[in-house]
Design a protein around this ligand. Structure first.
Ligand SMILES: [Zn+2]
Length: 305
């Protein structure tokens, strides 16, 4: 069993076939770790651009990759065939920092090879989600690779960051330092049809009250003063991504404006609720954000919001 920790650099390119933009991969880097988490091999290759005409300024600035570098690169199909060979046939788990690279890789395979799956991918885990869980960080924000490294007191200057191999090596270091076999198993996904369906699912805000994914049990208001449920005095109305209604506490007379938003992900619905006090007996109007919480089945992988 090996761990493949992969990172990609992309360029934003106009794709005529799509009549829209695509993130075209320009570099692939990866580290292979054995079960003892030792580095046994590395992979690094530039990929010649085929879709975009030239490198975007921002990409050049961040990565220091030049047009000459890419000229020395291989076409996507060849580079990825070599990568697949390097990964090998044995049992392996691929990890990337966030699932963005996997989404981009699928898009590139579709556009350039006409296939909608990743041939070398058997099992996958999101290293960013793993890091969040391993260090009990909130899932509401997504931490970057450098910040994660700082938290572990890893000297980032020793790595060629924002380059595919450099970021892979840094990711591997973070992975080793945060390793937890049980948690990793929990986050490991088989790359079956459901895996691809999940990745292609676009999260959306639910706007209809009769949508079966609406969690009506979340549509209440508890008086902040009396800690009892307030009475709903108005119908729910949808506006600007939120359902709005008004509540009244019979006990203390406080009126509340309640806003609630439901976001549908592949296998969960997230609920975000806000209360605003309209008339408070001893305090001026205030707006309290209640922490977002998840309702429904626990996800096997975090959804990108
Ligand atoms: Zn009250």
């Amino acid at each position: 069993m090996h761990y493949i920790i992969m990172d990609l650099e992309w360029n934003y390119a106009y794709a005529h076939k799509l009549k829209g933009f695509i993130n075209e991969i320009i570099e692939i880097g990866a580290v292979k770790l054995n079960e003892e988490l030792e580095i046994v091999d590395t992979f690094s290759s530039f990929i010649k651009v085929q879709i975009g005409k030239k490198l975007k300024g921002k990409v050049k600035r961040i990565t220091n990759i030049t047009a000459q570098d890419l000229e020395s690169g291989k076409p996507f199909t060849q580079a990825l065939a070599e990568f697949r060979h390097w990964v090998g046939e044995g049992d392996c788990l691929t990890l990337t920092w966030g699932d963005g690279d996997i989404r981009v890789l699928i898009d590139n395979y579709k556009y350039l090879n006409g296939i909608s799956f990743i041939p070398f991918l058997k099992k996958y885990a999101d290293l960013q989600a793993f890091f969040h869980k391993a260090h009990k960080l909130p899932t509401t924000t997504q931490i970057g690779l450098s910040t994660a490294a700082e938290k572990l007191e890893i000297d980032v200057s020793a790595f060629d960051i924002h380059r595919a191999l450099g970021d892979s090596l840094l990711s591997a270091e973070i992975f080793s330092k945060s390793f937890d076999a049980e948690l990793l198993e929990e986050l490991t996904l088989d790359c079956d049809q459901k895996f691809y369906d999940r990745l292609s699912f676009k999260a959306y805000i639910i706007s209809r009250l009769d949508d079966p994914d609406i969690k009506s049990e979340a549509m209440y208001c508890v008086c902040k003063i009396c800690k009892i449920r307030a009475e709903q005095v108005d119908e729910w109305a949808y506006k600007n991504k939120y359902f709005h209604s008004e509540f009244h506490c019979k006990e203390c007379g406080t009126d509340y404006e309640v806003r609630i938003r439901f976001k549908k992900h592949f296998d969960k619905v997230t609920v975000h609720k806000r209360y605003r006090t309209k008339v408070a007996p001893d305090e001026s109007a205030q707006d309290d954000a209640l922490a977002s919480r998840e309702v429904g089945e626990a996800p096997e992988a975090p959804a990108n919001i």
